[in-house]
Design a protein around this ligand. Structure first.
Ligand SMILES: Cc1cc2nc3c(=O)[nH]c(=O)nc-3n(C[C@H](O)[C@H](O)[C@H](O)COP(=O)(O)OP(=O)(O)OC[C@H]3O[C@@H](n4cnc5c(N)ncnc54)[C@H](O)[C@@H]3O)c2cc1C
Ligand code: FES
Length: 258
């Protein structure tokens, strides 16, 4: 059932991402998502970037028409929320490496926060195209995470892909788990980097969704529905799926190369 709420806060996080906060007291666990409905427009799955307390939040990157309209929402405007849906990160590992690409930090930041609050140590490899797009860098640091940065253009941190930073960290430090969210191509590389060290990797997938209830097939990848079997998948479930890192599906269900 959808609840209509009034947005209380809008924060421009980076040039391409905006956080909306809204009252939504239903309990949520980091990694879960909600279906965000823009009146007069479509409904989009969005990871909860703030999961704790009665005020929740989503952090939206400008992609197509609907996400751009979400970004134009102002405090006082109404949106529809249903959920939270899906599974979540297992927060029990004590030494966690987070690998984040672009807006993937939205799903990962609340997991880092709860994990650190419970006594775990968290290292974040944070990647973006350029320095101003490094989402939640200060938020991760304020939580007590150790943050290492990579930008495609070298404007901050290591120049190049964040997967190179992740690979170096996996070689030099010991971790009990890797949590990653971002482009599937990036997550595939993270899985490959962790494999020789036998560190379990958990990937949060973003696929087109309609029902979020496991009924319409819009989010199918191999034998799984991302909405109910995910969005967080252990690497062994993804490794042999031909679509992972190669194709996504558009709103009509057509396979589109990534
Ligand atoms: C569980 C889950 C959590 C999500 N969390 C967030 C979040 O926290 N923040 C956020 O900004 N978005 C998140 N998304 C993605 C979001 O739901 C939308 O897909 C995105 O906002 C684009 O929607 P749109 O209608 O504006 O663009 P569209 O019109 O659908 O797409 C615009 C362009 O992006 C491409 N595209 C769309 N989806 C994908 C994809 N999965 N892989 C590659 N290319 C794609 C399209 O081909 C098109 O070129 C999440 C998705 C899922 C399933
Ligand atoms: S969105 Fe309908 S089955 Fe997942």
């Amino acid at each position: 059932m959808r609840t209509v709420v009034a947005v209380t806060e809008r924060v421009a996080e980076t040039p391409s991402t905006v956080t909306l906060r809204f009252p939504y007291p239903t309990a949520a666990v980091p990694g879960q998502f909600v279906m965000l409905w823009v009146p007069g427009d479509d409904e989009l799955p969005m990871s909860l970037s703030y999961t704790d307390g009665p005020s929740k939040g989503v952090t939206v990157k400008a992609m197509g028409g609907t996400s751009r309209r979400v970004q134009s929402i102002r405090p006082g405007d109404r949106v529809g929320i249903r959920g939270p849906y899906g599974n979540h990160f297992d927060l029990s590992p004590k030494r966690v490496l987070i690998v984040s690409g672009g807006s993937g930090a939205a799903a990962l930041a609340p997991a880092a926060g709860r994990s650190i609050a419970a006594g775990s140590s968290v290292t974040v490899a944070l990647g973006a195209t350029r320095a101003p797009e490094l989402l939640f860098k200060e938020r991760f640091r304020a939580m007590g995470a150790h943050v290492e940065v990579a930008t495609d253009d070298g404007s901050e941190g290591a120049k190049g892909f964040v997967t190179a930073v992740a690979d170096r960290l996996l070689q030099s430090e010991s971790f009990d788990a890797v949590w990653t969210c971002g482009p599937e191509v990036m997550m595939k590389k993270v899985i490959a980097a962790a494999a020789p060290r036998s560190v379990p990797v958990f990937c949060s997938l973003e696929r087109h969704m309609k029902c979020a209830l496991g009924m319409c097939d819009a989010c199918a990848i191999g034998p799984y529905h991302v909405c109910v079997d995910g969005p967080v998948f252990p690497a062994p479930r993804l490794e042999n799926l031909s679509d992972f890192g190669t194709f996504h599906r558009d709103s009509s269900g057509r396979r589109v190369p990534l």
